[in-house]
Design a protein around this ligand. Structure first.
Ligand code: B12
Length: 244
């Protein structure tokens, strides 16, 4: 049962929906071009269900159609959570018992990125999805540097705060900015601090591939829908080696 296909109307009918924009004025030809693209992508038949002009010379399309591709769930590669999800009380207790001091966290949104909602959701008291942020953990000391922080400033603050973990958010992915900034950040920490003295490097954002840790030189990547408790549980697991 590891082989599945998408479905729209009846189980296994292979129907999928796809949206995209073409640099064409909205007319009949543009609609034909959208169908041609869908056909080339393996959708056959492909039906145009929506087309709307998006500014001068651009059209947005939604196409619905059938594909014959199968998905083998045995071959899916994902990062499974490999640490226990703990409650706030347990997390505080583990830090107190194992570290015997507060766990220092420094967070920032680096580069030109000004999307702070995600990092704030993880760090600020208010939190997200009914969970309070890391600031609410008695045994954590959190420094949230906010938006558009430069890598040198981040490194300096991490050093000054004796950060155990640095949490970086990257939401903008245009021209792979999130990947370039992350590589720059991890390289700067490697240059500034010897191994063993370096804080745990964590990045997060909705469009990261969680499998890219090695390539980006970070310890962990968190993506869409992350909650503060997951991050707090990971921190105690990674920094104290404790299962609880
Ligand atoms: C709100 C918003 C803004 C606000 C940001 C306000 C603020 N203080 O953050 C404002 C209006 C300023 C803004 C500006 C821009 N924006 Co904007 N914005 C959004 C929007 C609508 C929501 C983002 C958001 O708040 N999500 C909610 C949070 C909770 O989710 P999240 O970020 O994914 O965070 C979660 C996880 O990813 C994870 N996480 C995130 N970071 C971290 C970090 C760590 C360490 C961890 C552990 C976890 C973690 O945990 C979080 C909680 O679950 C998105 C579209 C969308 N619907 O997503 C566009 C979007 C991100 N923006 C976009 C763009 C293009 C821009 C602008 C360039 C627009 C412009 N031309 O000016 C500017 C850029 C400004 C800049 N210098 O960065 C694009 C980015 C496209 C791309 N491929 O990069 C998007 C996707 C919209 C779109 N479809 O075009 N934006």
């Amino acid at each position: 049962m590891s082989i599945v296909r998408p479905y729209g109307d009846t189980t296994g009918d292979g129907m999928v929906q796809l949206s995209f924009t073409l640099p064409l004025v909205h007319d009949k030809r543009a609609e034909g071009a959208a169908i041609q693209l869908a056909n080339k992508m393996g959708m056959d038949p492909a039906m145009l269900v929506h087309a709307k002009a998006m500014g001068d010379g651009f059209t947005f399309f939604v196409v619905y159609g059938k594909v014959n591709h199968l998905v083998d769930t045995d071959k899916v590669q994902v990062v499974e959570r490999d640490f226990p999800l703990l409650g706030a009380k347990e997390i505080n207790a583990v830090i107190k018992r194992r570290l015997r001091r507060r766990l220092n966290v420094v967070g920032a949104c680096i580069g030109t990125d000004a999307h702070t909602v995600g990092i704030d959701a993880i760090l600020n008291l208010k939190g997200i999805a009914g969970e309070k942020g890391l600031e609410s953990y008695r045994e954590m000391s959190v420094t949230n540097m906010g938006a558009q922080v430069s890598v040198p400033d981040l490194v300096e603050t991490a050093k000054a705060c004796k950060a155990d973990a640095v949490l970086v958010s990257q939401v903008v992915t245009q021209r792979d900015a999130h990947l370039l900034n992350t590589r720059q950040m991890s390289a700067a920490f490697r240059e500034a601090l010897p191994e063993g003295k370096r804080p745990l490097l964590i990045v997060g954002g909705p469009r990261f591939d969680e499998l890219m840790t090695e390539e980006l030189g970070v310890d962990r990547i968190f993506s869409r829908g992350t909650t503060p408790r997951e991050v707090a549980s990971y921190l105690v697991h990674a920094l104290t080696g404790s299962a609880a």
